[in-house]
Design a protein around this ligand. Structure first.
Ligand SMILES: O=C(O)c1ccccc1NCC(=O)[C@H](O)[C@H](O)COP(=O)(O)O
Length: 211
């Protein structure tokens, strides 16, 4: 069993090197100021240039972004990941206006939550299923929480999809087996503290069941 991997919340060259050397397909930069993984437009441009030189695809992670933020930052990345309450119409408009591929994050707690993905089939090029954060939580993603992976078992779509939420090297194999995912996304599980990526953990994660 092997999966493609997105390493999310990257803010250092060392983490990019580990992601590229371990065979990750995507790296994500978080453009949401309250996040401990936040990077500004200038740092993101430098990191994204470096990542592209290493053969990585780049993803900008946003929460209900306005056009000003997108104009400043989306130019640096290949994909725009929408982690807020963006409607299908807004997601489609962002994709067209900024000529970027869209990943729409769908928060999951129960089986019914998966249905929302259908509404984005024309607006997005990929879906990311992430654990719904507890009410009142300040971040919509990057919380290290999992959802019941087997809920994805019978999911079928014309779009590729990523499994996300609380993954780490110890649970990746079980998560993939239970969900049938072909792509996995990880952030907290490869950190030593919120926002601090570990080269060793990235390498371990990617060598466990990825590629
Ligand atoms: O990572 C963040 O800080 C973040 C903040 C706001 C919106 C989204 C965010 N992360 C999105 C991701 O793609 C994470 O990789 C995903 O939520 C999984 O995170 P984790 O459970 O920590 O592996």
């Amino acid at each position: 069993m092997s999966v493609l991997v997105k390493i999310c919340g990257v803010s250092s060259i060392a983490a990019l090197d580990a992601a590229a050397e371990g065979g990750a397909a995507w790296v994500g930069f978080v453009f949401f100021p309250p996040s401990p993984r936040y990077v500004d437009a200038r740092l993101a441009r430098d990191l994204a240039d470096y990542a592209r030189g290493k053969g990585l695809e780049t993803v900008g992670v946003y929460v209900d972004p306005d056009d000003h933020l997108l104009k400043e930052t989306a130019v640096a990345v290949d994909w725009v990941q929408l982690h807020g309450t963006e409607s299908p119409e807004r997601a489609m408009a962002i994709g067209r206006t900024f000529a970027r591929k869209i990943i729409k994050a769908i928060p999951i707690r129960a089986a019914d939550d998966i249905r929302l993905a259908k509404a984005y089939e024309q607006a997005a090029q990929m879906i990311l299923f992430d654990a719904k954060p507890p009410p009142g939580h300040k971040l919509p993603g990057g919380n290290g929480h999992s959802f019941e992976w087997s809920l994805m078992r019978d999911y079928r779509s014309s779009l590729p999809w990523m499994l996300s939420g609380g993954l780490d090297r110890d649970n990746l194999e079980a998560a993939v087996a239970a969900s049938g995912a072909l792509i996995a996304d990880v952030s907290s599980g490869i950190e030593t503290a919120p926002g601090v990526k570990s080269v060793e953990k990235i390498t371990d994660f990617l060598s466990s069941h990825a590629n």
